[in-house]
Design a protein around this ligand. Structure first.
Ligand code: NAD
Length: 520
């Protein structure tokens, strides 16, 4: 384990400027460039889901501390906004280098707190790193527009200016990638930021903030406050915060969207999912089964783009047999074990929820082809493990289908035609991602055109777009307007100012006209 491994208690005295040398389990806030211990009397344990060890504790940040974080961000804004864009880009250029150098430590922390395998944790960091790389080209992304001579001697141009203080509220499932969807883009546009990491795995955010400051991010540009509902509500209500990026469940996302937009804030809210894979009879069997197993059970099914439902067009039986065969070979263990394919789910409550939804499927008539609920992992008997689980004969009215399970559970459905399969997918309330497996271009094109999901995969099970595109989502999976990263991400964190300028020889005079000016 690296020096960042919270499990080994690296905090020390309260006055220490760098949090990683501390001996206390308590994770400080980051306010105005200093790691500050909270004066709160309430703390929440961060628990290693494979062992139940308490890794660290996050404070329920007090209102006073929250306000001082917002003040620090507000104070840092004018000079950061006026810092040349090239300087801001260079901070990101250095930041991406430091993330690369610290990849193993970051991944180890993600595995310790979140549970995913080390290799998967590296992917978590890497997909975030790519957003930082993209932010290195912000000058081009943030360019305005110019029309010369809109009227005689008059030109109009537009500028994309930062908003001010922005905030991000993160889920537990990608503790490195999702914070990196947010603050690098916001900060490179010239905003300052308040980050609220998931209370379940705050370590990666802390490490990333420290690296960003080492890269040259000035004090107060990035601040971190820990907590749960109360600090989230404080973010929604605060008059100085202009925009909120949220990723997480629908309950929290819709609450944040309505509370914050009532205060006039911009909100982008990425929420829950039920992603379908539609399998045509002409699909390549081997690669399709591999894709279904990887996207259904990878990260213990806790990816917002996990494929949690398969719709087989035609006879599903031969496919299900192969799926079962392959799923049985997966090794469930702590993410730190080198041969683990999937780790634990995040909490005891998450495991209980997964098991309850699987049981509800069985009770309503689905067939349990593979049951991972009672798995015991040697050496990690206390872990929140659920083995790969497959339910077949699932129908749209079942609770296990209607609700997001967020565990290593694959639901199998059957349709008689592609039209019927598309109809099933579109009837579902969520619209995050959907994939088709086929060798027919005609089927693929029809699917792409008719499916109401934000992200479509054609023979690609988890089509998470790279940062030059945007991460999208339709229906209940997204609310707001401008999506995360890509062009939309830059638009989200900037507002347009238009300038109309007149430079012509005015010495002749043209008299006064009170009519609305029109182009001459
Ligand atoms: P969550 O909603 O429980 O928590 C997310 C954040 O919101 C946390 O920081 C938490 O402290 C806060 N929060 C939770 N409930 C709240 C409430 N009632 N009021 C105020 N704040 C609240 O989500 P999670 O369990 O951490 O993450 C899993 C969920 O995130 C899944 O639904 C998954 O699909 C979704 N997700 C979506 C995407 C996407 O891009 N669409 C990506 C990742 C995860």
């Amino acid at each position: 384990p690296g020096i960042f491994a919270l499990a080994n208690h690296h905090f020390s005295v309260a006055t220490e400027s760098s949090w990683k040398h501390r001996t206390s389990l308590r994770v400080p806030n980051l306010i105005g460039g200093s790691f500050v211990d909270s004066q709160s009397s309430e703390f929440v344990d961060v628990i290693n889901p494979a062992t139940q060890e308490v890794v660290s504790q996050i404070p329920l940040t007090t209102d006073k501390e929250f306000k001082s974080a917002v003040s620090a961000a507000k104070e840092a804004f004018p000079s950061w906004k006026n810092t040349p864009i090239t300087t801001r880009q260079r901070v990101m250029l250095k930041f991406q280098e430091l993330i690369r150098k610290n990849m193993d430590k970051l991944a180890f922390n993600v595995t310790t707190e979140q549970g995913k395998t080390l290799k998967d944790a590296q992917g978590d960091v890497f997909r975030g790193l790519e957003v930082v790389e993209h932010a290195c080209g912000m000058a081009t992304l943030q360019m305005g527009e110019y029309v010369s001579n809109v009227s005689n001697g008059i030109d109009t141009y537009s500028l994309r200016e930062p908003l001010g203080v922005c905030a991000g509220i993160c889920p537990f499932n990608f503790p490195a990638m999702i914070p990196l969807w947010m603050f690098p883009v916001a900060a490179t546009c010239g905003n300052t930021f308040i980050l609220k990491p998931s209370e379940k795995d705050p370590g990666a955010s802390m490490m990333l903030a420290e690296l960003a400051m080492e890269a040259g991010l000035p004090d107060g540009v990035l601040n971190i406050v820990h907590g749960t509902h109360d600090v989230v509500n404080a973010i929604c209500d605060d008059d100085d915060i202009r925009a909120i990026s949220f990723v997480g469940s629908n309950t929290a996302g819709m609450h944040i969207y309505s509370r914050a937009s009532a205060k006039g804030k911009r909100v982008q809210s990425n929420m829950g999912a039920k992603n379908h894979g539609v399998v045509m009879t002409d699909a390549n069997i081997d690669s399709t089964i591999n894709a279904l197993v990887a996207a259904g059970f990878g990260a213990a099914g806790q990816r917002c783009m996990a494929l949690s439902t398969v719709v087989f067009v035609g006879d599903s039986k031969p496919w299900e047999e192969k799926l079962l065969e392959r799923a049985k070979t997966l090794k469930v263990s702590a993410g730190t074990e080198p041969d683990a394919d999937l780790g634990p789910v995040i909490s005891k409550q998450a495991k209980e929820r997964v098991c309850r939804l699987v049981q509800s499927g069985v009770d309503s008539g689905a067939k349990l082809l593979l049951d991972g609920r009672d798995i015991v992992v040697p050496g990690y008997e206390k872990g929140n493990f659920v083995g790969p689980t497959i339910l077949s004969g699932v129908t749209p009215d079942m609770e296990c289908y209607k609700e997001e399970i967020f565990g290593p559970v694959l639901l199998c459905m059957q349709a008689n035609s592609l039209d019927e399969a598309i109809n099933i997918v579109n009837q579902n309330k969520y619209g995050n991602g959907a994939a088709i497996f086929t060798t027919s271009g005609v089927a693929a094109r029809k699917f792409q055109t008719e499916i109401e999901s934000g992200q479509i995969g054609i023979n690609v099970p988890i089509p998470v777009p790279l940062p030059f595109f945007s991460f999208t989502g339709s229906k209940a999976s997204f609310t707001g307007d401008l999506n995360f990263y890509g062009k939309a991400g830059v638009q989200f964190y900037t507002q347009i100012k238009t300038v109309t300028q007149q430079w012509k020889d005015l010495s002749g005079g043209s008299g006064v006209s009170l009519a609305m000016p029109t182009s001459q």
